[in-house]
Design a protein around this ligand. Sequence first.
Ligand code: FA5
Length: 349
Amino acid sequence: MVSVSLEDLKAKIHQLEQQLQEDQVLDPQKLQTQYLGKRGLFNTLSKAIKHVSPQDKRVAGQLLNAFKTSLQTRLQQLSDQHQSTPWVDLTAPGIQPPAGHLHPISQAIEEISRIFAKIGFTRVRYPEVDWDYYAFESLNMPPNHPARDEWETFFVEGPVNKQYGKIVLTPHTSNGQVREMERLKGKPPIRMINIARCYRRQQDVTHTQMFHQFEGLVVDKGINIQHLKGTLDYFAQEFYGPGTKSRIRPFHFQFTEPSFEVDFSCHICHGTGQIGQRRCAFCKSGWHEVGGAGMVHPNVLKAGGIDSNQYTGFAFGWGVERTYTLREGLNIDDIRLLYSGDVRFLEQF
Ligand code: FA5
């Protein structure tokens, strides 16, 4: 029979302790079954006591007991640690980080561009800080013309150009009309949609100092009011939905002749102005005004180098904010909210 010395036993215990220390994936379950279980390493080791000489048995028993106690203490520590570590389910779906989205007016601009692209309009961009000449003079509004007052313009302090006059923050996208004619060197056809920021000295529930307009301009041979009306109807149906109608009313702009104001039928009362026996509180008349339009004035064609005996054109200019906030279900009664920077408001769109 092989005898086991105290030295052998100590060495074996030391080896097991070392092994425990180095085990990176030791958990309570593993310690319990591999070391302390019925067929575990401790029980196997304690069987060796049979082979220890009688005079060493007492010390061998003490060594084994001390080892068992240390194993149990370690087990307790591991269980405590294990309970305080939060349980992580690696297969659970992750938490979606908050994602932003485009500002509602940027969304509207993209949609308006797409609608006009479908019927062959090219999106163009022209300066939002421009010469008086493009904002007014080339549009048949000579210096000191009273019609200029309607645009409540911001003038920029700076040098005055002999040919182009003062610098202004563009009060409307119509500054793109003559610029587009010049870009094409006076050679139609033109089918442009100019969407840009505009600025006016105005501020109330339907006006902001900075807003956006989209300006359509079509110039070619034989263009007439029917083409304008067809384009308005097309836009109304695409942007507001089937059944929406457009209406033009006589008006005056210096740069179009004849000129019109453009209305779209109200989506709540469908253009009737009535809901049952009551007047529609949203539109009050069945219609919403969105902007202006007309046939391009011969003087404007001339300023852009286009022969008005050969070519005619139509133009329209509408507020993006106004057009957008009339959409069904939006219910925005103060357009200044769009620029309040309030995320709680913007998150809704
Ligand atoms: C014009 O600006 C003309 N240039 C439109 C035009 C273009 C007519 C081409 C003919 C041919 P008006 O000043 O009415 O027109 O402005 C058009 C629209 O811009 C208004 O109906 C409104 O929807 C929007 N708008 C004007 N001022 C503001 C403002 N301060 N805040 C928000 N929207 C505005």
